[in-house]
Write a protein that binds this ligand. Structure first.
Ligand SMILES: NC(=O)c1ccc[n+]([C@@H]2O[C@H](COP(=O)([O-])OP(=O)(O)OC[C@H]3O[C@@H](n4cnc5c(N)ncnc54)[C@H](OP(=O)(O)O)[C@@H]3O)[C@@H](O)[C@H]2O)c1
Length: 279
């Protein structure tokens, strides 16, 4: 254990993974602080970083911006440098399962590089698609509407529960055994979007269908709804990987990190439906 008198900083601590990590750490008696724009910390404004980093022993690092090539490659490396200078001894980075397929100018690539070369303890988390995208993020409007239109065909992918990501992160922020580990985090079974929405429909007593759509049309649809074109292309490319069966592989990161299997998608659906999370 590191010095328990110092705080653990969660960048993006109000997001899907961050707020769950807060819960895990606080219930373990850790002192936690969150940093995001709503609390005056902005990754785009290094002038806001020093107060957040002061007195911090370990930090969870999220790069919320998916846009490639918008000069965002430098902000996480700079933050890592400043964190280490401020005394942070351990870094846990939320990356993504498919980071190897991204272009070299993707911010998560430079973030991984910076964390590996930081000179302090580090752990990299590489999750697949979050289950919580159905209840807390971009797929929720389709779920509410009853039709989730995505260019994924019958392709399957092992959605990972953000609860598992958070538990791995909380453990990595507080225990030495995760130092130098890169965890591919996936659910226990690859599931098609058709089956996923069917499970959600059964749990909520509604009819929800997955509509397969043309990838190019999907890009245009997102752009028409205000998504920047490069983000729309990136997201569509990842969904096409599912469609083409290139995102179905399972991985053992949750089990390796926590010594227990990943939570089944069905368990997530039951809990989220009981909490009214599908609207
Ligand atoms: N969703 C998926 O299926 C998936 C799969 C694999 C990897 N990922 C990765 O997960 C990461 C996102 O993590 P998440 O889902 O836990 O977060 P999230 O739910 O997307 O929330 C983003 C968090 O970052 C904060 N934030 C946004 N812009 C900021 C800025 N300029 N400065 C400081 N804080 C900022 C937000 O709070 P404020 O609004 O208050 O700033 C919020 O706390 C991304 O890197 C993504 O690539 C996601």
């Amino acid at each position: 254990m590191l010095d328990g008198m110092k705080d653990i900083l969660l960048i993006g601590g109000t997001g899907k993974t961050g707020r769950r990590i807060v819960r895990h750490l606080e219930s373990a008696g850790q002192q936690v602080r969150t940093a995001s724009r709503s609390s005056g910390f902005d990754l785009d404004d290094p002038g806001t970083w020093a107060p957040a980093l002061d007195g911090v022993i370990a930090a969870y690092v999220v790069e919320p911006d998916l846009r490639p090539g918008v000069n965002r490659q430098e902000r996480i490396p700079r933050l890592v440098t400043e964190a280490v200078e401020a005394g942070v001894r351990r870094l846990v980075l939320l990356s993504a399962h498919d980071v190897g397929k991204f272009d070299d100018d993707h911010p998560l690539k430079s973030a991984e590089h910076a964390v590996r070369g930081s000179g302090v303890g580090w752990t990299i988390l590489r999750p697949t698609w979050f289950s919580q995208n159905f209840s807390e993020a971009f797929w929720l409007p389709g779920i509410k509407h009853g039709t989730l239109s995505l260019p994924t065909g019958d392709g399957r992918t092992p959605f990972v529960d953000a609860e598992d990501i958070a538990e791995v992160a909380a453990s990595a922020l507080t225990e030495d055994r995760h130092d130098g580990q890169e965890y591919q985090l996936a659910g226990p079974r690859a599931i098609s979007f058709g089956e996923a929405v069917d499970l959600i429909g059964r749990a909520t007593g509604r009819t929800i269908r997955h509509l397969d759509v043309d990838p190019d049309g999907y890009v245009e649809h997102q752009v028409a709804n205000g998504v920047p074109r490069d983000v729309a292309r990136l997201l569509t490319g990842l969904l096409v990987s599912v469609r083409e069966g290139r995102a179905a592989a399972l991985s053992d990161g949750v089990e390796r990190a926590l010594g227990r299997p990943a939570r089944p998608f069905e368990e997530y659906v039951t809990e989220a439906a009981a909490a009214g999370a599908f609207g």
